[in-house]
Design a protein around this ligand. Structure first.
Ligand code: ADP
Ligand code: SF4
Ligand code: MG
Length: 326
């Protein structure tokens, strides 16, 4: 691995495409390094390639979508080259994922206790009693009161927020090095969202775990992320330390996302100019900056040529305005 010694996951020039005749690209040359014990937030509107990049890390892309280039390095090995058995070991054991909708991930006709215990037993050699005790400890840890009693209950008997907590317990069953949370809070109200995020942050710090946190809502990552990567049309548009990105956003798209922030505190949201229009559909023919049709600062050059991703003092940005200023 060429990155600094603290790197736990390194994505290099990842290319993901829809497997049609045109090989429509949906993730385009994405690169980043996740450091040990840190949280990276991947932010962007719907359809920007956030989930497909995350599914690529575990190689669980849906049929019809394929990785067409790049490397995903974990522990000196390229996940994209791992044989099936090593890949199975990696999933859940080393890298665990929490999905958006717990009802699609939890089995509705099995008790929570059975599901947690089975997950532990499937990956660890221990007695059923030990696995049950561990499941109860995990439920307590994620803030489910009366954990022992609630082991006997079914998913529908829990609230949406509690089901998310159970999904996090499920992901933590095997002490993963990396937790990937893909829009884990979208369906929940704002207060519960904040609590779930605080929980992920607390667990991540207690366990020195690393996390990739995926969301379309830039506002909610400000207290949680160490670094933020902004995706648009499959491209990294901006990446910086979280405090730096909020204090000095450079990309017009990031500024637009910040402009449409809703306050988490429940105060009346400030309605600043939001971004008009929609992200490009995959395969939209364009040769320039994919944000150009919506960008208030677009210049002639922007429609003709894709700007490079340039970096200054660890702050990366893909925009001709920065090239001009440099
Ligand atoms: N199974 C699929 N087949 C074809 N195209 C897909 C599939 N899944 C996602 N896409 C397309 O890939 C793009 C990126 O999708 P996704 O990573 O799910 O976006 P995000 O998570 O940022 O909302 C979207 O435009 C979507 O339409
Ligand atoms: S390159 Fe041009 S269109 Fe793209 S974000 Fe910068 S100014 Fe806007
Ligand atoms: Mg998604």
């Amino acid at each position: 691995m060429t990155a600094c010694s603290n790197a736990i996951l390194k994505i290099e020039n990842l290319q993901v495409s829809v497997a049609n005749a045109a090989q429509t690209p949906v993730v385009r040359g994405l690169s980043y390094t996740l450091e040990k014990g840190k949280v990276l937030a991947v932010v962007g509107e719907s359809g920007c390639g956030k989930s497909l990049h995350a599914l690529s890390i575990l190689r669980i892309l849906p049929p019809g979508v394929q990785i067409t280039g790049g490397h995903i390095i974990y522990g000196e090995k390229d996940i994209l080259q791992l044989p099936a058995e090593e890949l199975r070991q990696l999933r859940g054991h080393k890298i665990a994922m929490v999905f958006q909708d717990p009802m699609t991930s939890l089995n509705p006709i099995r008790t929570i206790g059975k599901q947690l215990t089975e997950t532990i037993l499937a990956h660890q050699k221990c007695s059923k009693l030990r696995a049950q005790a561990r499941a109860i400890r995990l439920l307590k840890k994620v803030g489910i009161p009366d954990a022992r009693k609630r082991m006997k209950e079914y998913p529908f008997q829990f609230s949406g927020g509690q089901r998310q907590r159970i999904m996090i317990a499920m992901a933590l069953c095997l002490n993963p090095d990396i937790l990937i949370a893909d829009e884990p809070t979208t369906a929940l109200d704002v207060t519960i969202q904040a609590q779930i995020l605080e929980l992920i942050k607390k667990l991540q710090m207690q366990r020195d775990m690393s996390a990739v946190f995926i969301t379309h809502n830039l506002a909610i990552v400000s207290n949680v992320a160490d670094e933020v990567l902004v995706l648009y049309g499959g491209y990294c548009m901006e990446k910086a330390r979280c405090s730096e990105l909020f204090a000095h956003p450079l990309h017009p798209y990031t500024k637009g996302l910040l402009g449409s922030l809703l306050s988490l505190s429940g105060e009346k949201p400030q309605r600043l100019p939001a971004i008009e229009g929609y992200p490009p559909a995959p395969g939209t023919p364009e040769k320039g900056c994919p944000f150009a049709p919506r960008c208030p600062q677009a210049m002639e050059k922007c429609f003709a040529q894709l700007p490079p991703l340039s970096e200054q003092a660890g702050h990366q940005v893909r925009c001709w305005l920065q090239e001009k200023n440099a």
